[in-house]
Each structure stands twice: as C-alpha cells, then as structure tokens.
Ligand binder design. Structure first.
Ligand SMILES: Cc1cc2nc3c(=O)[nH]c(=O)nc-3n(C[C@H](O)[C@H](O)[C@H](O)COP(=O)(O)OP(=O)(O)OC[C@H]3O[C@@H](n4cnc5c(N)ncnc54)[C@H](O)[C@@H]3O)c2cc1C
Ligand code: FES
Length: 419
C-alpha cells in the first residue's frame, strides 16, 4: 500500500516537473514570439521609413516641368559683345544637375509685338557649380543693304537684363552631351560663341579628373575675343593629358604666337589631320554653320564613323546625317506623301529636299514660330489633324498626342497640319 502511495507521489512529482518544464518552455516560446513580433514591428517600421524615402526619391524631380523662375545673381562682361549670366532658382530649392553640353530655354516677354520670345542658351560651366551659367553673344547681322540688324533676345539680355532680375527658364535639355566617365579619347572643338557647350564639357571632364586624352581646338578671332582664356590655360597647366590648341583667325597687333595662341588660322580638317595622331577619337564640335559643315564632311571622308561625330548648331544647320531624308527627290510625285497645311489651304508632296516640316513650311511662306529648331523648346509645335510623323532625333520631351514638333519632324505618310 505504502509503495502504491510512494509510486503515485513519484508519478505526480515527475508529472509536476514535466509540467514545470513545459510551462517554462511555453514561457520561453511566448517570450521568443513577443521578441519576434517586436523585431517584425521594428522591421516593418524600418521598411516603411525606407519605402517613404524611396517614394520621396522617386518623386524628387530630376528636373522640372514648364517654366521655373530664376534670379540673375551675377552678370559679367566677358569680352566685346559677350556677357555671362549666373542664375539660381528663385524658390531657393535645389538646382538640378544637367549633362555637360545641354542648354536651357528662356521665355522673355515680347515688348514690341506682345506674346513671348523663346530662345535657347547652352549652359557654359560644369554641373557641380551652385548656379547655372549662360554666356550670350550679342547677335548682329547686316541686312540686305548692309545695315546691322540687332538680334532681339540677345540685345535684351545685354541691354536690359540686370542682376536681381527674375527670368523664366525651362529645364536643361538636349542630346549634344558627353559622358564624362567614358574612356575614349576625345577631340573638342569650339569656335566663336559655339565654345559654350564645349567649354561645359571640358570643365566637367576637368572637374571629374578624367584621365581621357583630350584635344581642345578653340577657334577665335584674336585675344580681344578670347573667351575663358584664364580657365583654359589653368586647365592645360594642371592636366598633361589635355592638348590645347588656340587658333586665332585674325591675330591683333601684340598677340603672341606660342603664348596667346598656337595656330594662326581657323580650325580646319587639315589642322586636325596635322595635329592629331590618328582619326580614332570621339569628336564634339559647335561653331559657325560653315565650319561644322566643312568638318562634318571632311571628318567623314577621313574615315571617322558617323556615330563618333557629335555636333550642335545654334540654329538651323544644313549638315545632314545619313538616312535623314525619307523621300528622295527622284521618287515619282504620285508616290510621295502629301503634306497639307490646313489653315492656309496648301497641299504639296513631300519632296525630300527639305529636311523638316518646318523647313517646308518656311519655304512655302507659311509662318510657324520656332526657337531652338532642335526639338526641345516646343515653340514650333503644331496640331496634327491626321497622319503621323517621324523625328530626326528624339524630342527633348515628347509632345502631346496628335501634335508634332515641326522642326525635327518628317511625314510618315499623308499628314494634315493645323497651319
Ligand atoms: C541649342 C542652342 C544653344 C545656343 N546657345 C547659345 C549660347 O550659348 N550663346 C549664344 O550667344 N547663343 C546661343 N544660341 C543662339 C541663341 O538661341 C539665339 O539664337 C541668338 O542669341 C540670337 O537670338 P536673337 O533673338 O538675339 O536674334 P534674332 O532676333 O532671333 O535674330 C537671329 C539672327 O538674325 C539676324 N537678323 C534678324 N533680322 C534680320 C534681318 N532683317 N536681316 C538680316 N539679319 C537679321 C540677327 O542679327 C541675328 O543674328 C543657342 C541656340 C541654340 C539652338
Ligand atoms: S523650334 Fe524648338 S522644338 Fe521646334
């Protein structure tokens, strides 16, 4: 009997101990679960913070839409008829970076005729600066009688825009850009005011301490018009991989060959062939139309492949890239697409002689406003009543549906435009 009681007591003890163990295990499990729940909550919280950060980054515009107000912080006279303007956002929010070679589009009120004036100006410094800089030459061309005709916007910039003024700017755009981290050797050529995007490219390469071999050909009349002279000389002193060749087309008395400039004459293909060790470079150039046309055809003949040629004109340029013309002039008239300018009641076959619909319209005397003539400012946009177009180069920002940027557009078939 005693043994029975003792056995039962022992059994109860074992059960009790087991129960305690189970309880302890359960408590540990509960604690573990609570800790895991806490960890999960923390993780979810961190995830939410990360998500929010990511959302902000995703929402952070790389640039901005439409026009944004900028203050002219500084205006400097850089040479005869050339001024630089240093611009910062009026809202004091961050200044978006740009790609060296891009330009901004200005909107100025047209005091003479009402409406607006739209002009593009290249950014003329590297993107790490706390401001945008544009460098503007006063445009002046003789009319048929030889009298100088002043350019409208460049005159406004020179004569009326002052430090403290507020200007409307569209975000930097443009495809004439250089990738600073690419390794290939480059030839940069800037002539006259065409140096602005080229200087931006060089300044960026210098700022990023690029190890690329760089040849820089600078075409300028003489020391009086030698833009960015001190900066260029400093770049060349500090960077042995930079070969600077300054070409004076009309040296002034007192200009020293070998000191102020290295070459008497213009930038020509013959000069490039003489100076460069080979044609195996990426070429970037901007300058007067005649120089660019000569260089483009010359470099192609020298064997430089089309994709290695990068150039920009500050207006219409007659350099044609391979494959630009969609309908050869020899195509029978009956087979050519028809272009109709609806408002003026004009229909003509697309003859392939004109590079763009804007060129064709101007040839026909149909007025279409234009600004950059490079598909970026949006000034030449027209509604399309029917038809489709293709673009010679991608527009800076895609136009709205059923509209087209006539300055870079060619018809893909019959097209009816609202002009
Ligand atoms: C992508 C891009 C980047 C640019 N970057 C720069 C830059 O960095 N710096 C710069 O200075 N410019 C630059 N330009 C050029 C600039 O946009 C303007 O075209 C230039 O300043 C002339 O504009 P404007 O209003 O002064 O002249 P407009 O009034 O538009 O006249 C254009 C030209 O025609 C001449 N003209 C006008 N009427 C007549 C007439 N009846 N007879 C004869 N000639 C006439 C004018 O003198 C002028 O030379 C750039 C252009 C583009 C497209
Ligand atoms: S003129 Fe600027 S987009 Fe056509």
């Amino acid at each position: 009997m005693l043994w029975t009681y003792l056995g039962a007591a022992l059994l109860l003890l074992v059960i009790g101990l087991l129960g305690l163990n189970v309880l302890a295990a359960l408590r540990r499990m509960r604690e573990d679960t609570a800790r895991a729940a806490l960890d999960l909550a923390r993780f979810q919280e961190e995830l939410a913070i990360l998500r929010e950060k990511h959302r902000k980054v995703a929402l952070e515009p790389l640039s901005w839409n439409g026009f944004r107000k900028f203050v002219v912080n500084r205006k400097t006279a850089d040479g005869p008829g050339v001024c630089s303007f240093y611009l910062t956002p009026h809202d004091a929010k961050p200044l978006p970076a740009f790609k060296p070679g891009q330009y901004v589009t200005f909107r100025l009120p047209d005091a003479r005729h009402g409406g607006q004036l739209i002009r593009c100006y290249s950014l003329s410094d590297h993107p790490a600066q706390p401001h945008y800089r544009v460098t503007i030459k006063r445009a002046s061309t003789p009319d048929a009688a030889g009298a100088p005709v002043a350019g409208v916007c460049s005159s406004i910039f020179h004569d009326q825009i002052r430090e403290g003024d507020i200007l409307d700017l569209r975000a930097p755009l443009g495809h004439f850009t250089i990738e600073p981290t690419d390794p290939e050797p480059v030839v940069l050529i800037g002539s006259g005011i065409g140096i602005t995007p080229i200087f931006s490219m060089l300044a960026t390469l210098m700022h990023q301490q690029s190890r690329r071999t760089i040849w820089f050909f600078h075409g300028v009349r003489n020391s009086r018009e030698h833009l960015f002279k001190a900066e260029l000389a400093a770049f060349a002193r500090a960077n042995p991989q930079l070969h600077l060749r300054t070409c004076y087309s009309q040296p002034a008395p007192g200009d020293r060959l070998g000191e102020d400039y290295q070459v008497a004459g213009r930038v020509t293909l013959e000069l490039l062939q003489r100076e460069l060790p080979s044609n195996n470079f990426r070429f970037y150039y901007c300058g007067p139309g005649a120089m660019m046309e000569e260089l483009t055809s010359g470099l192609k003949q020298w064997g430089v492949p089309d994709p290695h040629l990068h150039y920009e004109a500050f207006g219409a340029l007659s350099v044609k890239r391979v494959g630009h013309v969609t309908a050869a002039p020899a195509t029978p008239a009956a087979m050519r697409p028809l272009v109709t300018f609806h408002k003026t009641g004009t229909t003509v076959p697309w003859d392939g002689v004109h590079e763009t619909l804007l060129d064709l319209a101007e040839h026909l005397g149909i007025g279409i406003a234009s600004g950059c003539r490079a598909g970026n400012c949006g000034t030449c946009v027209l509604a399309m009543q029917s038809g489709e177009v293709s673009y010679l180069q991608p527009p800076g920002s895609p136009p709205e549906a059923r509209t087209c940027l006539t300055c870079i557009a060619q018809p893909k078939g019959n097209v009816v435009l609202d002009a």
